[in-house]
Design a binder for this molecule. Structure first.
Ligand code: GRF
Length: 185
């Protein structure tokens, strides 16, 4: 049973998808901790509502200690916007997953997060976008790709509408699936 920690900075809809997947038994794992760099991240509230230990930890050394103390096997970045140091990456080498709301290597890297990704997609006029789950290495969105899922861009899409579609049709599906693949490898 893989022990999962999820790091969030915002609403936590990807975290909610993981909580639901664990509760349905479609992830052979347990979410043992949810952390955030933002005290008001609703993702922390989602954790608390589901009886999961949740904490705002801004100090990375404390975060490493907490995750180590809880014997976490996998760290999942789900809308986590703080930069992780090389020390953190090395400490959890090949055990950190991230969900990015585009088909990497398009629309990723520094400055491409949240709505900015979808605004760039619409500005470029691509007809297909999607989401990617990848391992985290010392770069930005450069780690090994695990799963991807395409999503059609539709006429008249706003960035908000497109973001929601990418979440519903891709992120909330491939993130739980990638974790279960690892849990059962
Ligand atoms: C969203 O833009 C999502 O695509 C990305 O992080 C942002 C927040 O997602 N992964 P969440 O609702 O906090 O999971």
């Amino acid at each position: 049973m893989v022990r999962i920690a999820v790091l969030v900075s915002g609403g936590g809809t990807n975290l909610q998808a993981l909580i639901d997947a664990v509760n349905e038994g479609s992830i052979n794992g347990e979410i043992v901790f949810v952390g955030s760099n933002r005290m008001k991240a609703y993702g922390l509230e989602r954790a608390r509502l589901n009886g999961i230990e949740a904490m705002c930890i801004k100090d990375e050394a404390l975060l490493i200690d907490k995750l180590t103390e809880l014997k976490v096997d996998l760290v999942v970045l789900a809308g986590y916007l703080a930069i992780l140091s090389e020390n953190f990456i090395n400490h959890f080498e090949n055990r950190i997953m991230n969900i990015h709301p585009s088909l990497i290597p398009s629309f990723c890297g520094k400055g491409f997060y949240g709505l900015k990704v979808h605004e760039a997609v619409l500005a470029r006029g691509v007809k297909v976008t999607g989401a990617t789950v990848h391992y985290v290495d010392e770069g930005t969105d450069t780690g090994t790709i695990i799963l991807q899922k395409p999503v059609m861009v539709e006429e008249g899409d706003t960035a908000e509408v497109l973001q929601r579609r990418v979440m519903e049709q891709a992120e909330w599906i491939i993130l739980p699936k990638a974790i279960d693949m690892l849990a059962n490898n």
